[in-house]
Design a protein around this ligand. Structure first.
Ligand code: AMP
Ligand code: MG
Length: 414
C-alpha cells in the first residue's frame, strides 16, 4: 500500500450495529400469564376488554344526591339507602333523597353529585336519617364517570411494548389474564482459548479462569434471553464449529469470545468459512472492541466478541444488548446522559472511545463523569468499578474539565 493512503477504513459503530440488527427477528410468539411477563415483549396489540371504572363511582365517602336539591345551605335530604364498594344500591335517587356512599361504590341512578361527609350533618348513620347540607356542592363533584381511565375496546398496549409491572397492572385491570409475547431467544455463549480453565478449576502455568462466558451468560439472562453454555473451544480448527453443533437446543444467536483475530491460534474465521456460510469480518472504529466478527454459522447469526474481558463486555453493551432486544421482539437504544467532565482529556483518534467511568451527581444534582485512570482492556476490576462509559466520538477534540460530554450509564444488572 502506498505510504500516503493511510490505514484501511474502520466501520463506524452505528453502522456495525445496524448490520447486526438487520439479520435478527423474534421467532415465535407464545401465550403467557400476565404475572410472568415482566421484561417480555408483546407480540400483538392489546385492547381493553373492560372499562375502568366499569360504572360511575364515588371518589369520596359521603352522600350521593341530586345537585338540584342542594342549591342552598341548610337544605334537608332523607337518607334512603347505602352504596358501598362491591354492594351497589339498586334504587333510583329522587327529589329530596340521599344515598350514603363510600369510595369506589357505584353512584346510584338519579344521583349526579357526591356530598362530602364532612360537608353535611346527619341525624343518624341509618336509613331515614335527615341530612343537612352545610356546603353547597358543585354539580358532578367527586364522581368518576364510567370509562374515565380506560374504555372497553380502546387500544391500551401496542405490539413491541416491553412489559413492566405497571403495564401488567394496566392489562390486568382491563380484563386480561394472558398475553401473547415473543419467545425468549436462546443465546449460545462460547469461549475460545487454550489458556482457559473453566470456573472452579485451578489455573496451571499460563492459564487463566474463563470469565467471559459467565459474564456473557449472566448478561444475556439479564437482557431476557435464555443463556446456553456452549463451553470452551480449544484453539484448533473445527473446535468452535463442533461446540456449536453440540448444542442441545436450537439457538437464535451464537456469541463467541476470543479467537476473533487472524492470528495463528485464532480459528473462528476459518471455522465460519468451513461451515459454508456467510461471514462478515470487520474492523470497527471503536475502542475497546476490535476485532468483532459478524456472520452466520449453520445459518445461526453469530457475534464474535473480542477476548479481552473489558472489550468483550463493552461490545456486549453496545451490540449484544440491542441484538437480544431485537430477538425478543423489542428494541434497545442506550439512554445517553450529557455530563460535566471532571478532568482534562487529550484529543481522540479515529476510533469511538468507550472509557470506563464513574457517573455521579454534584450538589446541584447535575451529572459529572470521571473516567478511570487505567483504561487497559484486560482490566476487569476497572470495568467492575465503573457505572458508566464515557463515549467519545472519533476525532473528538481535546476536552477540559467542565466541558459537557456524553456518558452511557451501565445498567446496574449488567
Ligand atoms: P484472543 O482474542 O483469543 O487473542 O484473546 C485476547 C485476550 O483475552 C487474551 O489475553 C485471552 O487470554 C483473553 N481471553 C480470551 N477469552 C477469555 C475468557 N473467556 N475469559 C477471560 N479472558 C479471556
Ligand atoms: Mg485466544
Amino acid at each position: 500500500m502506498p505510504m500516503n493512503e493511510g490505514p484501511p477504513p474502520l466501520l463506524p459503530v452505528a453502522e456495525a450495529l445496524a448490520r447486526i440488527l438487520q439479520g435478527l427477528a423474534p421467532s415465535q410468539a407464545e401465550s403467557c400469564a400476565l404475572q410472568d411477563v415482566v421484561g417480555r415483549v408483546l407480540a400483538t396489540d392489546i385492547a381493553a376488554r373492560l372499562s375502568l371504572p366499569p360504572a360511575a363511582v364515588s371518589a369520596m365517602d359521603g352522600y350521593a344526591v341530586r345537585a338540584a336539591d342542594c342549591t342552598a345551605t341548610a337544605a334537608l335530604l332523607t337518607r334512603v339507602g347505602e352504596s358501598a364498594a362491591g354492594k351497589p344500591w339498586d334504587g333510583i335517587v329522587t327529589a329530596g333523597e340521599a344515598v350514603r356512599i363510600f369510595t369506589g361504590a357505584v353512584v346510584p341512578d338519579g344521583a349526579d353529585t357526591i356530598l362530602l361527609q364532612e360537608d353535611v350533618s346527619a341525624t343518624a348513620e341509618t336509613d331515614g336519617a335527615t341530612i343537612t347540607v352545610n356546603e353547597v356542592p358543585r354539580e358532578g363533584q367527586f364522581i368518576r364517570p364510567a370509562g374515565l381511565d380506560v374504555t372497553a375496546g380502546d387500544a391500551i398496549l401496542a405490539a413491541g411494548t416491553m412489559m413492566s409491572a405497571r403495564l401488567i397492572a394496566l392489562a390486568i385491570s382491563a380484563g386480561h389474564t394472558e398475553v401473547s409475547v415473543w419467545r425468549r431467544p436462546h443465546v449460545g455463549i462460547l469461549s475460545t482459548g487454550d489458556e482457559l480453565v473453566a470456573p472452579g478449576g485451578t489455573p496451571g502455568p499460563g492459564q487463566i479462569i474463563s470469565s467471559n462466558a459467565t459474564y456473557l451468560l449472566s448478561f444475556a439472562a439479564a437482557c431476557g434471553a435464555v443463556p446456553v453454555d456452549l463451553g470452551i473451544a480449544r484453539d484448533r480448527p473445527g473446535e468452535m464449529l463442533a461446540c456449536v453443533r453440540a448444542a442441545t437446543v436450537p439457538l437464535d444467536l451464537v456469541v463467541t469470545s476470543g479467537g476473533a483475530s487472524v492470528g495463528t491460534h485464532d480459528h473462528i474465521v476459518d471455522d465460519l468459512s468451513a461451515s459454508g456460510t456467510e461471514l462478515g469480518f470487520w474492523k470497527i472504529a471503536m475502542r475497546p472492541g476490535k476485532p468483532l466478527i459478524h456472520g452466520r454459522i449453520d445459518d445461526i447469526p453469530l457475534l464474535g466478541l473480542p477476548g479481552n474481558p473489558v472489550s468483550s463486555a463493552v461490545c456486549a453493551n453496545v451490540f449484544l444488548r440491542p441484538a437480544v432486544a431485537r430477538l425478543s421482539g423489542g428494541n434497545h437504544a442506550p439512554q445517553m446522559v450529557s455530563a460535566k467532565l471532571s478532568l482534562d482529556l487529550k484529543a481522540n483518534d479515529r476510533r469511538q472511545d468507550y472509557l470506563r467511568a464513574t457517573l455521579a451527581y454534584d450538589e446541584e444534582g447535575l451529572p459529572v463523569v470521571t473516567p478511570a485512570r487505567k483504561q487497559d482492556s484486560s482490566m476487569i476490576s476497572v470495568y467492575a468499578g465503573a457505572n458508566a462509559l464515557l463515549v467519545r466520538p472519533p476525532y473528538d477534540a481535546p476536552r477540559q474539565a467542565g466541558d459537557m460530554v456524553m456518558a452511557m450509564p451501565l445498567d446496574p444488572l449488567l
